[in-house]
Design a protein around this ligand. Structure first.
Ligand code: FAD
Length: 345
């Protein structure tokens, strides 16, 4: 079976789930990486080293900035060329993408050209004869939906961290074939600026999150002149400094509950849950978070959950593999110190 794997990147910085998609493709047979952009030699090299059997590269100035018109057209033209060429050995049965804002857009546009559909955010994929059986979480992760898809090609975007990432083999060589860019850009990119959503919880292997409990340290005396709300936020910021220190020690990212976000303790980009990000890190440490269902749906796929809460009956403990009952203002710094010592930091 042949699978095209779209390697999604921003100015050469690859979305890690692209490699996970490549690993999944390899498990089915031949994996052909697609790299689009301008000056993308490093991405091509990485695709070979992560195991691509072949890389099809559209390296063209018109693809220097991602625009759905040109990227989707380049993909559609490439796939249609293979389908129409009876001698082609590259006609894909399946096209995989990592799930990102860009790929949701370009895959949907290209699916129209290719007269097929797109399965988004899948967490499992099996081959059943000529068909694929895709699994994806729906209703905020409460239900897993199985969809049987046939047709050629099947298109699917995979959920980050749902599939293993293959090992990189430095210096591996492979076949690289240039392909043409297609489509006419109808928009111009004027520039880029970093946004709050630069917080990358989706790819983090470790997340340390804080909830309303991070504001609950009555022994901290806020600076003079603060009203009650300002004092609460100030206390929460001291709490989040501890959470951040632990996250940085473990090389992870900082998450938050909605109560923490609504309380003004931290920005929305950090929110985990039903109305925030859905994450699946190897390790999730919840500090001062009660474990409301709307939070749990965002993090219950973490491999290991650790909960720190002073209430032994908090629902989060039902989800946690390890639970620490106590005051986070004592436990989190002690844990950070212990980890710094262990990791030699
Ligand atoms: C439509 C809808 C969507 C929602 N979406 C989300 C979402 O995306 N994400 C989300 O998180 N929530 C979401 N919520 C809100 C959710 O229902 C909860 O209100 C929220 O998750 C509670 O956050 P919390 O656990 O931080 O706060 P609380 O429930 O107030 O819990 C605070 C916890 O901190 C503990 N604590 C206090 N002090 C300390 C201390 N010093 N040391 C240790 N522990 C301490 C307490 O024992 C308590 O368990 C949503 C709600 C609705 C209705």
């Amino acid at each position: 079976m042949k699978t095209f794997v779209y390697i999604d990147h921003f100015k050469g910085e690859v979305q890690p789930a692209s490699w996970e998609a490549l690993g999944l493709a390899k498990s089915f047979g031949t994996a052909i990486a697609l790299v689009f952009g301008a000056g993308v030699d490093d991405v091509v090299k990485a695709a070979v080293e992560y195991g691509a059997d072949e890389v099809l590269v559209a390296d063209d100035a018109s693809l220097g900035d991602y625009r759905a018109e040109t990227y989707a057209s380049t993909l559609s033209a490439l796939v249609l060329r293979q389908a129409q060429d009876t001698a082609s050995s590259l006609n894909p049965n399946l096209i995989l993408f990592p799930t990102t804002a860009r790929t949701r857009e370009m895959a949907a546009m290209s699916a129209v050209d290719l007269n097929t559909g797109v399965l988004t955010d899948i967490s499992d994929l099996e081959v059943n004869g000529e068909s694929f059986v895709a699994t994806r979480p729906i209703y905020e992760g409460k239900v897993l939906e199985k969809t049987v898809c046939s047709g050629k090609p099947v298109m699917a975007t995979i959920r980050g961290r749902a599939f293993p990432k293959p090992n990189r083999e430095e210096g591996r060589s492979g076949t690289i074939t240039k392909v043409a860019a297609a489509g006419e850009a109808k928009s111009t990119v004027e520039g880029y600026s970093a946004s709050e959503s630069a917080v990358n919880l989706g790819d983090a292997s470790v997340i340390v999150s804080g909830g309303r409990g991070v504001s609950n340290n009555p022994s901290l005396t806020p600076p003079d002149g603060m009203d009650e709300k300002q004092a609460e936020v100030w206390r929460a910021q001291q709490g989040f400094a501890l959470v951040t220190d632990l996250a940085q020690t473990l090389g992870g990212a900082v998450g938050a509950s909605r109560a923490a976000v609504d309380g003004g303790y931290i920005t929305y980009a950090h929110q985990v849950g039903q109305t925030g990000k859905v994450v699946a890190p190897d390790l999730y440490i919840a500090c001062g978070i009660s474990g409301a269902i709307q939070h749990l749906v965002g993090m219950r796929n973490a491999k290991v959950i650790v909960a720190i809460n002073k209430d032994a009956d908090a629902p989060i403990f039902k989800q946690a593999r390890y639970g620490v009952v106590g005051d986070l203002f004592q436990i989190v710094p002690a844990l950070t110190q212990a980890m710094k010592k262990k990791l030699g930091k």
